[in-house]
Design a protein around this ligand. Structure first.
Ligand code: PDD
Length: 281
């Protein structure tokens, strides 16, 4: 596999980053995951804009312009022959040469820009989407700026492990009784014709897939309600689902062991998945 590191396309075994890189020492980095379907990038512009916002919020220098980033994405898709899969992009504050809590001077700071591809044949026709996933609820103990897409992913990883141990697939995080989001996706419940999902704030990541799916839902005459919902309300919902660049729209069929409806993927979740894939391909 060919990867990209600071201006160069290299075999993955030759791409090397300093042990002093602040991502390695302090998780001082931001990232984006863009999906590829039929060799085409999905919602690149949305991901690029959110990346810019994450960088600004952290006073991190931007190592490449929009057009350059687009070109690198396209070149990696071509070089690695990706038809279905993902591109991971990470920018970190680089390696100032010593460990220090203080940010390096932006004038001399050399950010690290890394991109690699993940080949995932069958991503669109994922058999898991036909069965749906089971989630458990866990306390959301992450920091207060979840709107910034940083590489601090230890708690989401722990959440997935807690889910696996409990025989489930993923976890929904709960704060003050209300669901924030999934470990790596936005969370939704469906009641009748209504799609309910938490409103945007610093409490959740502003999902690029979320924006597209809410638009498609409105176009398909579904009602959209952006508000908090509790885990108890979720357990009584007709359907539930999650969205992300890596899963698109994924039906949720069980929450904390309680089956939703008849325990199979809901009609609206499946319809939104179909619309999303049709519009993206
Ligand atoms: N995760 N919420 C969280 C906490 C996420 O990590 C993600 C994405 C989302 C969905 O955002 P989007 O629709 O823009 O992918 C919501 C990516 C896929 C990941 O970490 O792999």
């Amino acid at each position: 596999r060919t990867v990209y590191l600071n201006g160069e396309y290299l075999p993955e075994t030759e791409a090397k980053v300093s042990i002093f890189d602040r991502a390695f020492l302090m998780a001082d980095g931001v990232y984006e995951v863009t999906s590829v379907l039929g060799g085409k990038l999905i919602d690149f512009e949305g991901h690029a804009k959110r990346l810019e916002r994450s960088l600004n919020e952290l006073d991190m220098p931007k190592p490449a312009a929009f057009d350059d980033l687009l070109e690198i994405h396209r070149e990696l898709v071509r070089l690695n022959g990706i038809d279905e899969g993902m591109i991971y992009l990470q920018i970190t504050r680089g390696a100032p040469g010593d460990r220090d809590f203080v940010f390096p001077d932006p004038a001399t700071c050399e950010p690290t820009l890394v991109l690699f591809t993940q080949n995932k044949p069958g991503l669109a026709d994922n058999p898991v989407a036909k069965k749906g996933i089971k989630v458990i609820s866990i306390e959301d103990v992450r920091w207060g700026r979840r709107d910034i897409k940083t590489t601090q992913l230890l708690y989401p990883s722990m959440g997935k492990m807690m889910a696996k141990k409990a025989g489930a697939d993923d976890a929904w995080m709960v704060e003050d009784g209300f669901v924030t989001e999934g470990t790596s996706n936005n969370a939704y419940i469906v009641k009748g014709n209504k799609i309910i999902t938490r409103a945007l704030s610093n409490d959740i990541l502003h999902g690029i897939t979320r924006a597209a799916v809410l638009r498609f839902a409105r176009e398909a005459q579904m009602e959209v309600e952006e508000r908090n919902f509790s885990i108890d309300e979720a357990k009584e919902a007709d359907e539930a689902f999650v969205t992300s660049a890596s899963t698109f729209v994924m039906p949720v069929v069980e929450i904390d062991g309680v089956a939703l409806g008849d325990g199979t993927p809901g009609a609206r979740a499946l319809r939104l998945r179909e619309i999303y894939l049709d519009e993206s391909r």
